[in-house]
Ligand binder design. Sequence first.
Ligand code: IVH
Length: 685
Amino acid sequence: MKLDDARQEVERLRREIRRHDIRYYIEAQPEISDREYDMLYKALQDLEAQFPQLITADSPTRRVAGEPLKTFPVVPHRVPMLSLDNTYSHEELEEFDARVRRLLPGEKIAYVVELKFDGVSVSLDYEKGKFIRGATRGDGTQGDDISGNLKTIRSIPMILERQGSATRMPALMEVRGEIYMSRRAFELLNKQKEKAGEPLFANPRNAAAGSLKLLDPKLVAGRHLDAFFYGAGAVEGHAFETHHELLAFLKDACFPVNPHWKLCSSMEEVLKRCDGWEKRRHDLPYETDGMVVKVDRADQQRRLGFTSKSPRFMIAYKFPAERVTTRLEEIEIQVGRTGTLTPVAHLTPVFVAGTTVSRANLHNEDDIARKDVRIGDWVMVEKAGEIIPQVVEAIASRRTGHEKKFRMPAKCPACGSGVVHDPEEVAIRCPNVACPAQMKERIIHFAARKAMDIEGMGDVMAGQLVDAGLVRDYGDLYRLRKEALLKLERMGELSVHHLLKGIEDSKTRPLGRLIFALGIRHVGSTAADILSRRFGSLEKLRRAALEELTTIDQIGPVVAQSIVDYFGSAGNQKVLDKLKGGGVVFGETATARVSDTLEGLTVVITGSLEKYSRLEAEEAVRAHGGAAGSTVSKKTDYVVVGIDPGSKYQKALALGVPVLDEAGFERLLKRAALKNLPKNSGKGA
Ligand code: IVH
């Protein structure tokens, strides 16, 4: 065959194969038998082998191609991939509708209601109708380039050919959707894994995510992943006027679009739709965790805009908690960082609301007695979305008489100390501050993401350090040496380096996080932030008297006493000295003064701002010499109001305190046009 003839034949075969792919993978209506399809495929393979110069990256034979990667390159998203706000009830959905209508007064609103697929979100780039690359969501602004893996998914088109209309393809289009694994494919995969003696995936979503992380496309091809597309990021050379038009376009361009979307003209209709799918969702061959409600018109979407995290024109409606029954096999006692003993149920593993549950918190003895839960009982377990599973009740009718009542132990299971009853609470505590279980938990808390955020320092590491006697308190973390760490089990050069770097990086965390990390009883992250604002350094907080603490708004007498107790302990003072000696910044250097323009003024921030996080805005106030308040009173000079402001906004209006929007806040910081700003006299309105 001549090259020109071969080229024509190759193109014809590719067109045929693409057409049959769509019939098979998108429309589920094959026109030819598998054998006939295989023959077309083989013919193309043979020709490409004979004329390698005709091979193109988007040829159907190239879907599974390329060598395994070492890592995925990182690619930016042109338009960020945001997340969705969640709602859990009809009321919350109605509030969403009310908010939309408030922002678009008098306008007709139509919503598209879609299923919410429980998979992995991806963004695919098409240039002039050709697949260029595809990436995971990553941190929203950039993700992993998983093109090779995505290409193995046969329902994802490599070339866009519109069926219905003659309109040209957009010059560039980011197409957004969800990669998922059907229940069937999931079961198949786990069966294979079981046979091979490999660990199983807990649910289809984890299986899809795990498969997309594989570095070898050949392995991914065997995972039977699939996709639904429901959105677009950047689009050049085309504008969609409505969301339903976008869905129709995607379908016409042969993307897999889920057929169960509906255009609704009222919230009543939306709610009905959500309720309907809540009942029927288990009939679907794939998993859903809720519905997504989207304002249809693009101009209205634009005017509604975005908060810092999510669009204001769509919202997720999560299906309510699922309940299942399982056996309670054993009750184990956990010792917390303050010594509290907590009973934890060991359950026969059961799949509920997307994950396999094998443990649940039983809180305390009173709670167990109230629910009359016994060891060996069949129990009802509930799990709602991201919330931790709970044992709701025992199923008394299924008792055999062999169930055992549970009593809290008289001794700490970790150190053997006699337990004490906390008079203020129902809790039972281990009074031994040197109890290794408590030490571990204190270290875990200190290093946690919301606290000092020490990378490489998880539960296992903390346990190892305490057990090896290297760490007795969190002050010791800053004295760890490489040589000692290298002697620990499973610790090589690389992991030691990683851990020490994590510890080093944590030295400059903001003061609020440091205070939270100390684990002072009753001081959560909110109270820690309030204290950090008020005192500006740990040294000052360390010396604060009870009287001073109790004058702070939102710090009650119990919290104040707990703070004084913490700093009153000689042991804790030693630990603090270790932190300081180890180089942990106590906050004195936190905010560098930029100007004195806000000297003597108190500014309160409420709601979320577009350009600043709450903490950043408050830092900015302090940097200009002002005080950042946490509550609005007559003494407040300005209240800065962002999106979704809380009651502080109402209070500002009631008290006549001047209110600024974000632009006004920036002017205030710059002192530009400040003459136009009214200043509160401090006497109130
Ligand atoms: S629209 C701002 N539509 O749910 C992002 N998302 O919880 C909005 N998801 O990251 C995307 N089904 O991965 C949209 N029909 C659907 C969806 C859907 C599932 C995922 C998506 C998103 C996550 C947010």
